[in-house]
Design a protein around this ligand. Structure first.
Ligand SMILES: [Zn+2]
Length: 232
């Protein structure tokens, strides 16, 4: 059984995808049984939908918040958060928008696709909003509709966030990918960047995928099982 001494590393990156949250019961978006097999994203998750009917889009995102709040972080989330308290250089880079890492106690999380727990006014910027229901659908300053601060279909990724992710991944000496197929840009490039910087690369995913060959080690287990064992 593979064991890791975290203190031997200067900078550890955990890169997490949908599988990490699915283990907690959070509904996934893509794939069989995912949110987009029940809902048409063109009605709920693009700027055009929001411009057409903001209230409908916001109500849909409140449903997503409710389904996340019904779930709890698992032992994998907790292991990462505990490690971060010992190793301040540790970073989480995630494709998930559900804030599960933060609920487990992680502080340094780079959210590639935004967050269900933030809203954005085009004039007054981003505000946090963490209840099941939004405090208000409209900006308290200008009465403009508040848009979920999430990368929707057709949106560009936030280049500053991507640059942050690239920077910390290029500098890390241990890169652990969890529950992501890693085939979508920019995620597909991450293990290559980590390897280029000389990092040890480990994949934790019950199922192999097209990117698995890039890793030095592959752990075919769920994160809730693998992470506590790996770092005990
Ligand atoms: Zn405003």
């Amino acid at each position: 059984m593979l064991k890791i001494q975290p203190d031997k590393y200067k900078s550890i990156i955990f890169f997490t995808g949908a599988g990490m949250s699915a283990e907690s019961g959070v509904p996934t978006y893509r794939g069989r049984g995912g949110v987009w097999s029940k809902y048409n994203w063109e009605e709920y998750a693009c700027q055009e939908a929001f411009d057409r009917d903001s209230e409908k889009v916001l109500k849909f995102h409140e449903l997503r918040r409710k389904s996340v709040l019904e779930c709890a972080p698992h032992a994998g989330h907790t292991t990462i958060a505990e490690l971060e308290r010992r190793l301040p250089q540790l970073r989480v880079v995630t494709q998930n928008i559900d804030g599960m890492h933060q609920r487990a106690g992680s502080m340094n999380v780079i959210e590639l696709h935004g967050s269900l727990w933030r809203l954005r006014c085009p004039t007054h910027g981003i505000s946090e909003d963490i209840g099941e229901n939004y405090r208000s659908y409209k900006c308290e300053h200008c009465n403009c509709w508040l848009r979920p601060d999430i990368i929707w279909f057709g949106d560009m990724l936030d280049q500053d966030v991507i640059n942050d992710a690239h920077l910390v991944i290029a500098r890390c000496d241990l890169f652990i990918s969890i529950g992501t197929s890693g085939v979508v840009w920019p995620a597909a490039g991450f293990p290559k960047i980590a390897k280029g910087g000389g990092a040890r690369c480990i994949e934790i995913n019950p199922e192999p995928n097209d990117m698995s060959y890039l890793y030095d080690e592959n752990i075919r287990q769920s994160a809730g099982l693998a992470l506590p064992n790996l770092f005990e």
